[in-house]
Design a protein around this ligand. Sequence first.
Ligand code: ATR
Length: 282
Amino acid sequence: MSPLTITAHSSLCLVIGDPISHSLSPAIHNAGYAALKLPFVMAAAHVTPEKLRDALRGMRAMNIRGLAVTMPHKISIVKLLDALDSTAQEIGAVNTVVNEGGKLVGYNTDWIGIVKPLERLAPLRSKKVLVLGAGGAAQAAVFGCTGRGAQVTICNRTINKARTIARTWKAAVLPIEKSSDLAAFDVIINTTSLGMGALTDESPIPASAICKHHTVFETIYDPFSTRIIRDAEAQGATVLRGVDMFLEQGLAQFELHTGGNNPGVNGTREVMEKILRNAVGP
Ligand code: ATR
């Protein structure tokens, strides 16, 4: 793998979040810059919610080229930027910022991370998709899947949050107590935090609700196989993991930061995927 050359001409990108030390964005983006010999470097910055405004001021002052934005800033950053692209505006969440000549523009590539791995398996048109959860990741999933012609249903612990998202994109709502019979769905996407951190052995749905014909897509990338993924594998369902989403959203983000350089060429994508799988893989 070619080394990354950092000089005074390198453009600086940062991933920001709270916490941030677990982030794999610098590892994959720097591998991509090195493989394509681009004068870029990405580091991580721990930015707490009360410092977000100052962080963006610093970005302008120091002409930082781009941001990857992670929890908990994806929604609160929206009102602090100079402009939004139409997709970020519609989703109401930003995971990518580009400094376009002093103007901070927000984008959302999370929905690409959900739609692309699914459509590599089969077109989403007319598919029945169940989205578990009603946070920012759920909004990106509902936006992406309805945009591709899927029939989307949302299931969330707090039903009113599901109803709000459902109204925006004309989706349906499934009360959580009815989540034991999911045979009518083709695709199940987990965007809840169940499976992560202290909730690592939990799943939002019972294992018995998962059928062989389901495609189960997890958005958590660490651990590599969460409880819902292990249950899905045991039932013989098709699985897509958080690493599949993380890689696709990161590739789209890379292109935005570097002004159209496509990390899909010259094996760069494979390099980035290998780093990701080595970091969290089995
Ligand atoms: P993100 O923006 O990354 O999607 P989020 O906004 O924190 O994250 O959303 C987390 C989701 O996980 C929510 O849908 C949350 O349900 P509530 O809306 O009811 O809070 C869901 N979630 C978190 N902990 C949960 C738990 N113990 N049981 C069920 N759902 C849970």
